[in-house]
Write a protein that binds this ligand. Sequence first.
Ligand code: GH3
Ligand code: MG
Ligand code: MG
Ligand code: MG
Ligand code: MG
Length: 301
Amino acid sequence: MLDSTLQTVLIVDDSPDIHRLISARLSAEGVALLHAHDAVEGLAIAREQLPDLILLDLEMPGTDGMTLFSQLKEESALDAIPVIFLTGTLDVTTKVQAFELGAVDYVTKPFDAIELKARVRAALRTKRYQDLLATKARIDALTGLWNRGYLTDQLAVEVSALIRHGSPVALIMVDIDHFKRINDTHGHPFGDIVLQRVAQVLGQATRDNDVVCRYGGEEFAIILRDTSSVGAVSIAQRLCHAVAAITFRQGRETVQVTASFGVAGSDQCDDHDAVSADTLLEAADMALYAAKSAGRNRVGW
Ligand code: GH3
Ligand code: MG
Ligand code: MG
Ligand code: MG
Ligand code: MG
């Protein structure tokens, strides 16, 4: 399913006439237009708004379009934004160079309005698929939760926010108890249903800006932003009860599952600089191991 939100197009061109012309041509296209009149403004708006497409004039006074283009390609948050060059006549060498540098297309001035529209449409269509794939690559197919790759990325983001702003971050690791036995007794498809339901409960019982992910097999991990370890322990206790309260039916039989939880918080370490994604994962894993050893269906920290 493709996302139907409005796509945004940033026009970077020093000529007000070009802005007027393109605005008139694209007005009926159902896109939101952003306007920058030089490269510096273009870069600032790109960083702030993350447009879906940039129409970039190559000939601008001050910083030229090609320089802005290389700046975009150097920033990981911006390098995937498709760019169409707007330019006067281009010789073949420059055209080839533009594509080699990563431009998706070019339009030569004076341009035909219908052609410009068609090229913008094509680029935006490709961008929708690119966004869809990027989202799918971060989602676990069975449960619909974020996957481990996304968790690892977000944990790195949170740890750098911690180092910059001092906002605490906590991590909860979750592992379903005796899950092998559940599979062996009731079958693998039933095990899958258990994973889906536990995932749903973990998602529902946490806040929207917590990152709930399937870490692997029957293990989940949750990043809690701006949360102390004491706060995280009480959230984990609530989640532990919520999982134990789920009742599964298989024919006439009812089946209960439990899970063990391990909590680690950045505030358990006095030195922010010593906290990393790895130290948090290790600490949460050790806490989880302690919960398992102490009898399962409980929270370790
Ligand atoms: P413990 O309480 O110590 O965590 O025991 P456990 O049985 O849960 O742990 P163990 O790691 O031995 O077993 C995990 C099981 O999870 C084994 C594996 O077959 C099962 N599993 C992993 N991924 C899936 C999956 O996608 N679907 C199903 N149904 N089972 C899975
Ligand atoms: Mg110009
Ligand atoms: Mg496990
Ligand atoms: Mg295990
Ligand atoms: Mg387990």
